[in-house]
Design a protein around this ligand. Structure first.
Ligand SMILES: Cc1ncc(COP(=O)(O)O)c(C=O)c1O
Length: 362
């Protein structure tokens, strides 16, 4: 079976982790600090704070932004659950806006319609590896005096008008989970230009500890280990190459999948797409419905996934809350999207097999 995702790890990562293990200093230390400096410089921000995963990055970024009980944060309904649950973890309310049908990201008009006097922030998601509409959402946030936060957990290295995602909102969050474009197994990062916000995040991820055993605020243990930091440093150095391979794979699939009712991913103008996922839309008029294609591909040895089969506003966790939905585009996408393998370890034969399988069935 061609796996839908696979981490791209080599000897360099293994050696970097072994060096940390051999040093006897395996909790947070110099390897994490070096990774943070390199990541901040790559994204083009002053501050990067490593965390234990993307969810803890989001939780602490929202807390640092002052999000708390009584506040509302506008999030897209078509995303991974952690975008919303991190808001709930702060005691605030995620308010679900719809996404646009082409790029799958937060629809600015839908977000604007949900602004109330309780709205504190908009948490946009750069979904599948390309940016949300940064200009429209920046305008909205400026007009309404809201914070713009970036969930960049799927968008390492992607750009909007030449600027790296993760440098465009007040705070941004990344995940280094095993399937991401770069990985530390589990891991995350908060980026910001603001020194005060950076200091708050640093305090929150380390037990609210201002100096050793002096605790000034309720904090957490959300630190990254030096083993993860060492792996992240090596992965960051390989990111551009791995993204270029994903882009070349996506181009092959774009060129070899041309079937009625099957829509290949659109790329927002003046932006880059780093194809964390390569997501097809299977629409009315296609030869098979989405699930028929999924089953047929599995039978032909092609692994796929559905990102995401249920919009967040319709999850049992959030269902029935006031002011949720209807988010019709998110609902439609949940039953029409299908992710194909696009990761850097695909061979030419794999790509040919994927393209041929879709083409034959559809
Ligand atoms: C959009 C989005 N937000 C948040 C997260 C949470 O990251 P993690 O799994 O590292 O906690 C993910 C990762 O899966 C994600 O894709």
């Amino acid at each position: 079976m061609i796996p839908v995702s696979r981490p791209c790890l080599g000897r360099e990562e293994a050696e970097a982790v072994a060096r940390v293990m051999g040093s006897g200093m395996i909790a947070q230390g110099e390897a994490v600090a070096a990774f943070e400096r390199a990541f901040a410089s790559y994204i083009g921000v002053k501050h990067a704070i490593a965390t234990s995963n993307g969810t803890t990055a989001l939780h602490t970024a929202l807390l640092a932004a002052g999000v708390g009980p009584g506040d509302e944060v506008i999030v897209p309904s078509f995303t991974f659950i952690a975008t919303a649950t991190s808001v709930s973890m702060c005691g605030a309310t995620p308010v679900f806006a719809d996404v646009d049908d082409r790029f799958f990201c937060l629809d600015p008009a839908s977000a604007e319609a949900l602004v109330t006097e309780r709205t504190k922030a908009v948490l946009g998601v750069h979904l599948f590896g390309q940016p949300f509409d940064v200009l429209a959402l920046t305008d909205l946030c400026q007009d309404q005096d809201l914070l713009l936060l970036e969930d960049a957990c799927q968008a390492h290295g992607s750009t909007f008008r030449g600027k790296r995602l993760g440098s465009l909102g007040e705070l941004a969050c990344f995940s280094f989970y095993a399937t991401k474009n770069m990985t530390t197994g589990e891991g995350g990062m908060v980026t910001t230009a603001d020194p005060e916000l950076a200091a708050k995040v640093r305090l929150l991820i380390n037990h609210g500890q201002k100096e050793k055993y002096l605790h000034t605020t309720l904090g957490y243990n959300y630190r990254m280990t030096d083993m993860n930091g060492a792996m992240g440093f090596v992965q960051l150095g390989r990111l551009e190459g791995m993204n270029a391979k994903r882009q070349a794979n996506a181009k092959y699939l774009d060129n070899h999948i041309q079937c009625p009712g099957v829509v290949t991913p659109a790329v927002r103008p003046a932006c880059t797409h780093v194809y964390h996922q390569y997501v097809l839309k299977v629409e009315n008029g296609a030869k098979l419905p989405r699930d028929g294609l999924l089953q047929g591909l599995a039978a032909r040895g092609v692994g796929t996934a559905v990102h995401y089969p249920r919009p967040v506003h319709d999850q049992p966790l959030y269902r029935g809350q006031q002011g949720r939905g209807p988010c019709p585009v998110s609902i439609r996408l949940a039953s029409s999207v299908l992710s194909l393998p696009v990761h850097p370890l695909l061979s030419r034969e794999d790509l040919e097999a994927i393209g041929r399988a879709v083409q034959e069935m559809m």
